[in-house]
Design a protein around this ligand. Sequence first.
Ligand code: NAD
Ligand code: MG
Length: 381
Amino acid sequence: MKRVAVLGSTGSIGTNCLQVLDALPERLSLSGITAHRRWRELAEQTQSTHPRWAVVTDESLSHGVDRAAFSSKTEILFGESGIERLCSSPEVDVVVSAIVGAAGLRGTWVALECGKTVAIANKETLVVAGSLVMELAKRTNATLLPVDSEHSAIFQALQAGRASEVKRVVLTSSGGPFRGRTLAQLRDVTPSEALAHPTWNMGPKITIDSATMMNKALEVVEAKWLFGLRDDQIDVVVHPQSVVHSFVEFVDGSVIAQLSPPDMRLPIQYALTFPDRCESIASKLDWKKSFDLHFEPPDLEAFPALRLGFEVASRGGTCGAVLNAANEAAVERFLAGSLRFCDIPRACRAVLDQHQFDASPSLSELLRLDREARQEIARWT
Ligand code: NAD
Ligand code: MG
């Protein structure tokens, strides 16, 4: 029995994760859940799952929360210290890192410091501090398992050969809602158009990232750190059906892919039951129906964010933290209506180019650069 803590349990990954746990009661039990502000949803989740802890991470809510709404079996904790207590508890074996943005770093870090297994959906943590995170995991003998569908696919495909036999990994991208448009046609797209993703149902931040293709840029960096790849070993191909979740090309030319319908419950479950596979509630491919799989190269002119990903993967150092923070702040401004869609990658490019590069920064330096990049974006016109 694995005892699981789900950070960000009220989000898209979080709620899918609770479904996976609910379907595998003989293998997985829930120790703790967390939400930032939506404490009523969190309270509701405790009523059906009765975890030992529930953490409300927005500390300012510590007096506004109705304790009676939570299960009587659940202790309520607040703020970052609540996350730290949950992630370091000996009663937790696996931490699912499903908070959105750089805010997800702290819990992942604490769990790794304690040598635990982290099922990581929060790619931003690896973009911000991939080098330090991987070093920490190595030092404490902790395990990082991918939840992001592309990285789960690569992780599965890599099992077909040795690391030295890998030629390249290829990340697939749906292309998002604006596939096929030119840069000029992207000038005035609205938040509601950008929020309508064709194949995946996700939280708002990653949905905008998918529309700009910044999501794939972040995933290139994520793949570099997770699998110890050089940036020239990572490619991206557009595949609008989101059925082939990514693939690995070996030196002999064999390509090993992982296929399934777009349903995050499968990669979440694989990370939680690894190395075992078991029956799953995720949707299955129907081989009795005909369907096509299409692949095309990405359009780097219309989606310049993708270039940033390759550049950041190649330069490393402080670049990931700066790109990630600039993008988070730019997406917030776009959703609030104060920044145009095509200015998201432009503003990120400007902030990245201006920052003082350091090839081997400390965690505190990365966190300082994260704050500064957000301030730069707030001023960007
Ligand atoms: P979401 O917006 O649906 O949920 C985010 C969760 O994080 C919520 O529980 C929220 O309460 C919590 N949260 C938000 N801000 C916080 C803060 N400042 N401090 C602490 N908690 C905070 O997001 P999501 O779509 O579930 O994505 C979560 C992570 O998983 C992201 O890093 C995303 O890139 C990654 N991911 C998501 C999907 C997907 O299908 N949704 C796929 C692959 C990777
Ligand atoms: Mg992905």
